[in-house]
Design a protein around this ligand. Structure first.
Ligand code: FAD
Length: 329
């Protein structure tokens, strides 16, 4: 590794790893710095989660993704990314958080929880999964309120409110109901999201039709107490007995961190981080944005399948700039 890296990649998720592969192919000297374990977001997904993509669609670096069924499970994905790292000998520092950086004339100085690095370019591939969209209602801080759903076991025989109506809410509602929970799904809108996976939707709709899972649409949770919740419905305020609230209300990028990096974000509801549409360079020269973080609040815009290609585009641009510098130097 050189004293001044060609590029430091922030985030060891699928897209950070793809950036490492594309850097290797172009002999660009890189380091990936990841604050948690390898593919930390995926590690924290629900234990029984199955991807909506087929494994072939999220393969990278010519490493075959073999799964038992066409759509891989979280566990298979964890094993896959471990093998990708091993196959390519990717340089990833785990459990090291990028905290801040300073921009000098020709390079960045990057300060992490462990060390200090110099790099000519930085790629931000930090995703969005660490920051849940909060409900901002009284009682949200109670331990029975969860913004991440992991496993159905703790909810056996419990009275559970699921907030939200996208895939994560519907999946969680079905799983905990199957283990004996009494489930009410509460959502501000008229119905569940049109994005709910087509092979899940009928199961959910049938459970609702037969009365196994209750739904309250055009309704909002307004207060949470240790043994009950208040919900504003079109018919007025109701109070339900309750043991757990699963707030599956989505996630958002870490805006204060992005702003600390100097990255400007749009002021509309999408809060899009600035990014050149061809090079993926941010408003900070030689700092690039890759993966799901590019979508700002629209966390459905980019996913693994359609953002793997960011890695090649960015590394090609960085390699081109490095070549130009070598020639002019
Ligand atoms: C339940 C669920 C199912 C999904 N299924 C699919 C699917 O079937 N197909 C598909 O294509 N996509 C799917 N997605 C989306 C997909 O998982 C994400 O698009 C993918 O993880 C994005 O990769 P990423 O590398 O951009 O971000 P992430 O995977 O979120 O990686 C970002 C990494 O950056 C690290 N990080 C953040 N800040 C710092 C810092 N300051 N310093 C160091 N490290 C930092 C984080 O710890 C994290 O590991 C799914 C998402 C969810 C939630």
């Amino acid at each position: 590794m050189k004293d001044v890296l060609d590029v430091l990649i922030v985030g060891g998720g699928p897209i950070g790893l793809a950036c490492g592969i594309e850097a290797t192919k172009r002999e660009v000297d890189y380091l990936i710095v990841e604050k948690g374990c390898l593919v930390n977001s995926i590690y924290n997904y629900p234990a029984n989660m199955t991807f909506f993509s087929t494994s072939v669609k999220i393969e990278m670096g010519d490493v075959p993704f073999i799964s038992h069924n066409p759509r891989p499970t979280r566990r298979e994905a964890l094993e896959y990314y471990r093998r990708v790292k091993q196959h390519w000998g990717l340089r990833v520092n785990l459990y090291e958080k990028v905290e801040r950086l300073e921009r000098q004339q020709n390079f960045f100085t990057i300060y992490t929880s462990q060390a200090q690095y110099h790099a000519r370019a930085v790629v931000v591939a930090t995703g969005f999964y660490d920051h849940p969209n909060l409900l901002h209602i009284p009682g949200e801080e109670l331990p029975k309120v969860r913004h991440y759903y992991d496993d159905p076991h703790p909810y056996i025989d419990a009275k559970v409110i699921v907030v939200g109506a996208a895939n994560s809410a519907v999946d969680a509602a079905l799983e905990v109901w199957a283990k004996g929970a009494e489930v009410t799904l509460v959502h501000r809108g008229e119905e569940i999201s049109h994005r709910v996976k087509y092979w899940i939707r009928p199961n959910f709709e049938n459970r609702v039709k037969e009365g196994s899972i209750k739904t309250l649409f055009r309704s909002q949770l307004v207060a949470i107490r240790p043994k009950e919740v208040d919900i504003r419905t079109p018919e007025g305020l109701i109070t339900l007995e309750n043991d757990f609230v699963l707030a599956m209300t989505g996630y958002h990028p870490d805006y204060s961190w992005l702003e600390n990096m100097g990255i400007q974000c749009s002021e509309d509801h999408l809060r899009l981080p600035s990014r050149d549409e061809f090079t993926f360079e941010t408003n900070v020269p030689n700092m690039f944005l890759a993966g799901t973080v590019c979508g700002g609040m629209n966390t459905n815009k980019w996913f693994i399948e359609n953002s793997i290609e960011h890695a090649g585009i960015i590394m090609e641009e960085i390699a081109r700039r490095l070549r130009r510098e070598t020639i002019s130097g």
